[in-house]
Design a protein around this ligand. Structure first.
Ligand code: SF4
Length: 268
């Protein structure tokens, strides 16, 4: 059974998806290849040309487990093995996805258009805590909380990222917790406070800037200005002076002239 969890966010990602499908069939000619993830949802017609046994797409993981158990000859009414954590390539860091979906529609991004990714779907707190405990117990030292739009975790279920962190920091099995990418206008005062107070949460925020030009940010449909970004990073640094701030920047966005480029350059 070869499960290829695809990504459609860039052309390179899709090329990798295709390579993995080819590799799966080549190395295991008798295997069944199942396609999961965004690619089938975003580009249905491309996927139809691929030699795969099942196109699953996004979501409904519980159903997929039942399907695989069926293929392997388990009876669905029999005892099902519960999966509390998943072994990952990196034996030190564990990527824990807590949320899916984005409702923002940045002009360069396909994610909100992929079926089932258009709405925020937050995982239940108890499931996340259980998975984190399991990963810590088997030896992962660092948990990286990830999601498509991490800062909106809990928007659909009356909770939020800070409330989740307040519970996670008490998990004794966990070494440290790192946040993956978060938008500048979702770095709340409460979030800064808990990062500054807990030694378990890494002093690191990855905050995408994308451009230092307000004209380009507007064309990208980003919901902040360059000034706000700079001011907020200053505020974060005034509370946590040694925080590491990393970012993503795009150059060559349509409409970016030399002045817009220099605005980004100078802001950095
Ligand atoms: S916020 Fe992120 S995931 Fe959402 S549309 Fe923009 S780039 Fe894509």
């Amino acid at each position: 059974m070869v499960i290829v969890n695809t990504c459609a966010v860039t052309k390179n990602a899709i090329a990798k998806d295709k390579r993995m499908i080819g590799k799966g069939k080549l190395e295991n000619p008798n295997s069944k290849v199942i396609l999961m993830g965004c690619w089938p949802n975003a580009y249905e017609e491309q996927v139809q040309k691929m030699k795969v046994d099942l196109v699953w797409g996004v979501g409904k993981f519980g159903d997929l487990l039942t399907y695989i158990q069926g293929l392997l000859g388990y009876c669905s009414s029999g005892k099902q093995k519960r999966v509390d954590y998943v072994f990952q390539d990196d034996r030190f860091r564990y990527f824990l996805k807590i949320q899916d979906g984005c409702e923002h529609f940045c002009s360069y991004c396909i994610i909100p258009y992929t079926k089932a990714k258009g709405k925020i779907q937050s995982r239940k707190e108890e499931d996340i805590l259980k998975e984190a405990r399991g990963a810590g117990y088997v030896g992962y030292k660092e948990i990286i909380l990830s999601g498509i739009h991490l800062g909106l975790y809990g928007k659909d279920s009356n909770t939020n990222l800070v409330e989740l962190l307040k519970k996670m920091i008490h998990i004794s099995e966990l070494g440290r917790i790192r946040l993956s990418s978060i938008e500048i206008n979702e770095v709340s005062d409460e979030l800064i406070k808990i990062i500054s107070q807990s030694s378990k949460i890494c002093n690191h925020l990855h905050i995408p800037l994308q451009s230092g030009s307000n004209k380009i940010l507007k064309a990208m449909n980003r919901s902040y200005t360059a000034d706000y970004y700079q001011k907020r990073v200053g505020e974060i640094r005034s509370i946590i002076p040694d925080i590491a701030v990393s970012t993503d920047i795009m150059v060559g966005f349509p409409g970016e002239d030399i002045n817009a480029f220099l605005e980004t350059y100078n802001l950095i």
